[in-house]
Design a protein around this ligand. Structure first.
Ligand SMILES: C[S@@+](CC[C@H](N)C(=O)[O-])C[C@H]1O[C@@H](n2cnc3c(N)ncnc32)[C@H](O)[C@@H]1O
Length: 236
């Protein structure tokens, strides 16, 4: 059992994918539909989904007959290119919409990743992004929780928007997804018996359990949040 838990903690997104049985971002497929609507993704729109994971959002885009391609450092689905968001294997001005759900906050060099998104988006094209944001004092959490919640490099909502605008986009549509984040948290808690599982791991398990409760409190009071936005690429 201990080995199984270590494996689960070493691959937080794989574990979450199994638990959630779907996309790894708050709001799931409905949130992606909403974001694609706001980014005007319709039949024929060229979409590049960076950090596409298992490809659930690619399927959503393709369902509306968009021409969607995925890229991921570690693709879990079949129809994606393996690659880095800081070095997109795509020519300039070739994409109508870059979709980036819960991935920009993971970039070691976010400015470079945003510059790449701006480079590949055609004039008038859009960045459709959703991401974790942090406000104020975020608790000092154990590494597996920081990784699972994508908190390592998360920024405030204000800094997230400022970084996107500095890359050459005009942000014109921001939405908060606190309710989606709380619902995702409840869904995971309903499916995973944290107390039972981590109770088998002694002191380390207790530290993780304490961390989970601290993270839940930070979501509840808004220190950890989730936003989505659509930004239009300004003229070069
Ligand atoms: C939290 S998951 C989100 C997956 C998917 N976008 C979703 O919303 O369900 C983050 C994904 O980004 C990928 N990723 C992380 N860093 C990356 C990078 N530097 N370049 C490309 N993909 C990256 C991971 O492999 C993972 O599939």
């Amino acid at each position: 059992m201990q080995g199984t838990l270590e494996t689960a903690l070493a691959n937080p997104w794989g574990t979450l994918r199994t638990v959630l049985d779907g996309p790894l971002h708050p709001g799931g497929r409905a949130a992606t539909e909403n974001l694609l609507d706001r980014a005007s993704v319709t039949a024929g729109t060229r979409v590049l989904d960076i950090g596409c994971g298992a490809g659930e959002s690619l399927a959503v885009a393709r369902d509306r007959d968009a021409r969607a391609v995925g890229l991921d450092r570690d693709p879990a689905g079949e129809r994606a290119i393996r690659g880095e968001m800081t070095q997109l294997p795509v020519v300039d001005d070739s994409v109508g919409v870059v979709l980036a759900e819960c991935v920009m906050c993971l970039a070691a060099d976010r400015e470079r990743a945003l510059a790449e998104a701006a480079r590949v988006v055609e004039p008038g094209g859009r960045l459709a992004l959703s991401d974790v944001v942090v406000e104020g004092e975020v608790p000092d959490l154990p590494d597996p929780i920081v990784d699972a919640l994508c908190l390592t490099r998360s920024r405030s909502r204000e800094k997230t928007i400022a970084g996107i605008e500095a890359a050459g986009f005009v942000v014109n549509d921001v939405q908060n997804h606190r309710e989606d984040l709380l619902a995702m948290q409840d869904r995971i808690a309903a499916r995973v018996d944290y107390e039972g599982l981590l109770g088998l791991m002694g002191e380390r398990g207790q530290r993780l359990l304490d961390g989970i409760h601290e993270a839940e409190a930070a979501v509840a009071d808004g220190r950890i949040g989730y936003v989505s936005l659509v930004a239009e690429r300004s003229e070069r």
